[in-house]
Design a protein around this ligand. Structure first.
Ligand code: SF4
Length: 397
């Protein structure tokens, strides 16, 4: 049985109601249990638990140090392409956004990766929009093969594929796959994904299982907070993580907590999640999943990221660019604009005369510090920045 069947039977609304009506004693019980259930998780993300945030932070910190030591692993996103055939209302790369696009050649991808390696990174996340023509499986395999000997940790965040396609990417040298469901609320999902293959909710939901079957040994999941009620999303992510830990137990699981950022298209968050609620959610995930990696990107401010280092985060991006060619300027020569999905040469456009013109980024980042500044800050907080992710030798079966 795939997660889809289990997901359809989940009492998410009832759990959310239990969360909203939880009391102090419920929270205390959830905090003392060694193996909390989904119901206890609902109590940990409750408004009542928000009043005991210090206690949650202490428990989360103790568990994180026990399982991971005082270590923060660093990674960088490397955007390969911002072409996309989907329309996701909240994303700058949406097909209908009239932005500047490019797909890097394999040589340009290697240039970008080398620039990141010079900054210290040994763990890269290759990111691309979903476009079978520009970002084909063969293209991705070519990028992975070209980087494999130089970069010890390669993960992918690209359009979902079938097991067979994933297997060839694993064979090329990729070891991690990240796929966010964005929103686990079906009606909201249908409303926000207006065109393209991403409209298929189930296909996306089963992606981590197909990736695992193909041999990926690092799986990343998450929701994009700001699309629907954050407690409902968090409960669904927790149920999804539980399922994957049961069924894909040879893989290392990571959970990301991205909140919506400004982007082309100017989509406004539909729901709010405060900084304090984000901290609470980090603690709740840690208490429910002591061994899961928790990821925080440069979407969040330097101040908040620094504050979360000692509390439960184990993986961070740093110095990120969300546009292809962002680290070296690669690809500038073959930029083009698309208007409602159709390529338009720059010609007489406002960008034609701009020599510094670059591809459009997916979203604005909030923490603009360099990787070295982030690493220094991690050290000053008494933690060790680690540039490489899980050692491939330790992951071998
Ligand atoms: S979220 Fe992904 S699939 Fe949707 S428009 Fe952006 S890049 Fe394309």
């Amino acid at each position: 049985m795939s997660f889809v069947a289990e997901f359809d039977g989940l009492p998410l609304d009832a759990l959310r109601k239990r969360s909203l009506s939880a009391t102090g004693p419920c929270v205390r019980r959830a905090l003392t249990e060694t193996r909390p259930s989904l119901t206890r998780f609902a109590h940990l993300i409750s408004p009542a638990a928000g009043e005991s945030l210090e206690e949650l932070c202490r428990r989360s910190q103790a568990l994180t140090q026990q399982r991971f030591g005082k270590v923060i692993r660093l990674f960088a996103p490397l955007y390969l392409s911002n072409e996309c055939i989907n329309n996701c209302k909240y994303c700058g790369f949406s097909r209908d956004n009239p932005i500047l696009r490019v797909t890097l050649s394999v040589d340009e991808v290697v240039r970008e990766a080398r620039a990141l390696q010079e900054q210290g990174f040994r763990n890269l996340l290759l990111v691309a929009g979903e476009h079978p023509k520009f970002v084909s499986q063969g293209y991705l395999a070519g990028c992975v093969r070209a980087l494999h000997d130089e970069v010890p940790g390669l993960s992918l965040e690209v359009g979902p594929m079938g097991t067979k396609e994933y297997r060839s990417l694993v064979q090329a040298g990729a070891d991690g796959l990240v796929v966010y469901q964005e929103t686990y609320e079906r009606a909201v999902y249908a409303e926000l994904h207006t065109a393209g293959p991403k409209r298929n909710f189930e296909w996306r939901l089963e992606t981590p299982e197909r990736a695992y079957a193909a041999g990926f040994r690092r799986l990343g999941i998450g929701a994009l907070y700001g699309l629907s009620d954050w407690r409902l999303e968090a409960l669904a992510v927790a149920a999804h993580a539980e399922y994957l830990l049961r069924h894909c137990w040879k893989a290392q699981l990571t959970i990301s907590l991205p909140r919506l950022r400004p982007c082309a298209g100017e989509f406004e968050p539909r729901t709010q999640m405060s900084d304090r609620e984000l901290v609470q959610l980090v603690c709740a995930f840690r208490i429910l999943f002591p061994d899961a990696g928790l990821v925080l990107s440069t979407r969040e401010s330097a101040k908040l990221r620094d504050g979360l280092i000692p509390i439960g985060i184990t993986l961070m991006s740093a110095g990120s660019h969300t546009e292809p060619g962002g680290y070296t300027g690669a690809g500038k020569e073959h930029l083009h604009q698309t208007v409602r999905g159709l390529i338009v040469e720059l010609g007489a456009s406002e960008w034609a005369a701009d020599r510094d013109v670059r591809a459009t980024g997916q979203f604005e980042i909030a923490d603009e510090r360099s990787p070295q500044e982030v690493a220094d800050r991690i050290r000053r907080l008494g933690y060790e920045p680690v540039w490489k992710d899980w050692d491939a030798a330790l992951m071998a079966q």
